[in-house]
Write a protein that binds this ligand. Structure first.
Ligand code: NAP
Ligand code: F7E
Length: 325
């Protein structure tokens, strides 16, 4: 029998890569999507199977992390072997604008899904998408022992979801793991995250379609990896003998400024001529420096990233150049 997985956030960057990975391993994959007035499943175009496909291995279901009943029904009906909770209002800056909604989806949503698993599929293995944002202003390098100091409503919600995951493991014996993933990007990254904004801006400016790029804090430092490497780590965590939490990171941090320099150099331009700082993109409280120590995952899971920082920047800019042509 094929293993069966349920993925929330399947239409997002990570969800689409994870669905592809699991399908390639012979899983039957079920994905949760929200109803939207316009199509939100373009990242899934390559794997979509309509209801007319007999014995399909990829099935989308309507549901929402704010609707506990829909989650309970889906978990009860699907009886997944593995549940990956990737759904979230995942934009840090936006979380300052819609904190209640962010907490409902990103924090309480995880609790609703854990409750659905506990009640309807307690043997399922559960993955929670925790985040390096939980470390906030804790100095680098950050690892599993580092105390959290969240700096945004998004990060506060992720801390709540993280502790809920640990609590369901301890209280009910669920095989529940939290992956504390540092920033990971790629060709499918949403357009308002800084890396894609820069990749797209550099490509468009290089093609003469845009004249300048407005950004916020250029000094922020992040440990940026590639999403394909990181979804592999999620899958590895659920293969371990016992549930645990792991930091996933490259161990290298770069500033937003360095990302700009490499991205514009890819199209033969000097970034300083085109990038302008606009205070509207500054955050009420910022996370200055994230750099992860993923020794535990490398040792216990045998995980390591393949894509370097330079390769990541080049792949993102090249994809944007193709999009725009
Ligand atoms: P993403 O591209 O923003 O995808 C988020 C997904 O969540 C989308 O499929 C979105 O659906 C879905 N979603 C939003 N609200 C929902 C709701 N109310 N009910 C159900 N689904 C909902 O995020 P990502 O970069 O793939 O990240 C995946 C997960 O990892 C997120 O939980 C994120 O917070 C976390 N994380 C990301 C990073 C990173 O660097 N990428 C690092 C650490 C942790 P729509 O398509 O309909 O909007
Ligand atoms: O910002 C600075 C900004 O929005 C990175 C999410 O996936 O990773 C992501 O959160 C840095 C910040 O990602 C702009 O102030 C400068 O310091 O790309 P970002 P993030 O906030 O790190 C974590 C791990 C997650 O879990 C989240 O879900 O870049 N920055 N200028 C800017 N950021 C944006 N978005 N736009 C700018 O114009």
């Amino acid at each position: 029998m094929n293993r069966r997985a349920l993925i929330t956030g399947v239409s997002g960057q990570d969800g689409s890569h994870l669905a592809e990975l699991l399908l390639s391993k012979g899983y039957e994959v079920h994905g949760l999507i929200r109803r939207s007035s316009s199509i939100s499943t373009t990242r899934l175009d390559g794997i979509y199977q309509g209801p007319e496909v007999a014995g399909r291995s990829f099935v989308l279901h309507y549901g929402d992390l704010t609707d506990g009943q829909s989650l309970a029904r889906l978990v009860a009906d699907i009886q997944p072997d593995e549940v990956y909770n990737l759904g979230a209002q995942s934009h840090v800056a936006v979380s300052f604008e819609i904190p209640e909604f962010t907490f409902d989806v990103t924090g309480q949503g995880a609790l609703r899904l854990l409750e659905a698993v506990r009640n309807h599929a307690p043997a399922a293995r559960f993955y929670q998408a925790s985040s390096s944002e939980m470390f906030g202003s804790a100095p680098p390098p950050q690892n599993e022992q580092t105390a959290f100091h969240p700096r945004s409503p998004y990060a506060v919600a992720k801390v709540a979801a993280h502790y809920a995951t640990q609590n369901y493991r301890e209280a009910y014996g669920l095989f529940a793991c939290a992956g504390i993933l540092f920033n990971h990007e790629g060709e499918r990254r949403g357009e308002t995250f800084v890396t894609q904004k820069i990749a797209r801006g550099a490509a468009r400016i290089g093609q003469g379609r845009q004249s300048e790029l407005l950004l916020g804090n250029l000094d922020a430092r992040r440990d940026w990896g590639h999403a394909v490497d990181y979804v592999h780590a999620m899958w590895l965590m659920l293969r371990a003998d016992a549930p645990d939490d792991y930091v996933i990171a490259t161990g290298e941090a770069h500033s937003v400024r360095e990302f700009c320099q490499l991205a514009f150099a890819r199209v033969g331009l000097d970034w300083e001529r085109y990038v302008k700082v606009d205070e509207r993109y500054l955050r009420p409280s910022e996370v200055d420096h994230l750099c992860g120590d993923s020794t535990k995952a490398r040792t216990a899971l045998g995980w390591q990233p393949d894509v370097s920082f330079e390769q990541l920047v080049h792949r993102m800019v090249d994809a944007q150049l193709e999009n725009e042509s």
